[in-house]
Design a protein around this ligand. Sequence first.
Ligand code: ATP
Ligand code: MG
Length: 208
Amino acid sequence: MSKEVRQVSRLGIMGGTFDPIHYGHLVAAEGARYEYGLEKVIFIPAGQPPHKLNIKLTEPWRRFEMTRLAVATNPYFQEMSIEIERPGPSYTIDTVLEISRLFPGAQVYFITGADAVFEILSWKRVEQLLSICKFIAATRPGYNLDEMWRKRGTLPQDFKKNVFYMEVPALAISSTDIRQRVREGRPVKYLLPETVEEYITSNNIYRD
Ligand code: ATP
Ligand code: MG
């Protein structure tokens, strides 16, 4: 997308490895858009996720292309390549600062799944991050957010104030499972958009 300055007051960021993107990501982003009145949700594939430095990922431009295909049918969604263009590990603080520069005055909401929400506390410059950005934690099957959420009283005040909880339709879908299914020749239909499935098939991704 072009990087012109835009007037948006409530903006979502959906970050992830997106290897590949699937309906779990899309349902979480759409739920957040609706519930938090976001005017736009930007999907930003990570270049090099700091917690996945030892894991072999699909080339960033392919993950970006799958993301582009997946968000194309939702007028509120768009993709951005800022993390894959930035050298080094992809830190959320750098991304949120860049987005805030591109959309001055916008309140930024970072959307994450239940498995990632408490990891925020270990992220780079977490205090600054929580002061410039709010987080929306979407429920995810296999991760009992309810239980963890009750214990959040022990967490720092700025975490309690700036991290919200959101229930979304439970989709027990993961990129790990999709990659394994493709490798084993099992179906991935209805787990991710058909355009993404076609891209995976025609480019022979996840086969080896
Ligand atoms: P992998 O298995 O490779 O880790 P993943 O399916 O967990 O892939 P990521 O790209 O790691 O996908 O996730 C990006 C974000 O989307 C994370 O915040 C994650 O918690 C969230 N997310 C992923 N799948 C779901 C799902 N099925 N429901 C809700 N949130 C999800
Ligand atoms: Mg994951």
